[in-house]
Design a protein around this ligand. Sequence first.
Ligand code: SF4
Length: 308
Amino acid sequence: MQKQFDLFQAAALMGRKGGLSTSPAKQEAARANGPLGGRPVIANLNPDGVSIAGCTIIYAPKGQAGEYSALATNPYRGCGHKCAYCYVPDVLRMSREDFDAGATPRPNFLGLLQADARKYQAAGVTEQVMLSFTTDPFNPFDVSLTRPTIETIKAHGMAFCTLTKGGSRALPFLDLFRPDRDAFASTLTSLDDAFSLKWERGAALPGDRIATLRRFRDAGIFTWVSLEPTLDTDSSLAIISATHQFVDLYKVGRANYLPMTNTTDWKTYTHRVIDLCHRLGVKHYIKQDLQPFLPVGYPNPRRVPQHH
Ligand code: SF4
């Protein structure tokens, strides 16, 4: 059943008779509801219990993306990291050439984001919102929306997580992250520069991404690594060994639709990953594609708190 939240009703319940609010709770409600009694915010939770019906800017990703985050937002169209394995151009029905040409701000993004964020706040949703699945918040071209997007999310009571291959391009944004709410994540496919340059031509090199993960972790921020796609199983295992001292969580997937991994023994890979993670004492989530290879009853929670 959908729940409905109306901040006018909430304000009435709190005894608000009009005029300026002074208590923090009333000020928060007033902020969400617009200055001096703007239009009421009606927010209907979807059956998933976290996303709001009708919101498309802050949305619940489906399928494999949904395993990574309950909520997400994508401020830009295009990316520019030029990953050869990227499926997003197909999803967005863009030519790969246009997608790879760079990231551009989506029209009227901040206004639309604000409208969605008000609804999430009205419903009391405080989840992390991930940036991003169909672009990169620290892409090499245009990051003008990244800071205001994060500020808007925070101003409406939510948390955020960034997933990037931008490496040190994220460092100027470090001040926005809160150790007790937010998270920083990076995708890694190899420790080898030549391999990365072949598969992720426009992305930061692996060493830069790893150094940036360490910087965020040193600042007290929860860090995680996406080991998806797995292009080379030995490389993914080497990444865990090289980074586990400053990475809080690994999310492990496979590669689909790539001829080079057609003959990969995914069962052996899954077992090697969990053995290594146990030996090193690191948290991990094995994604759905690899779950058939897990031992029966293996604990594999889909959502763990991504903050300290
Ligand atoms: S960073 Fe992500 S969105 Fe950008 S090209 Fe690579 S896979 Fe696609």
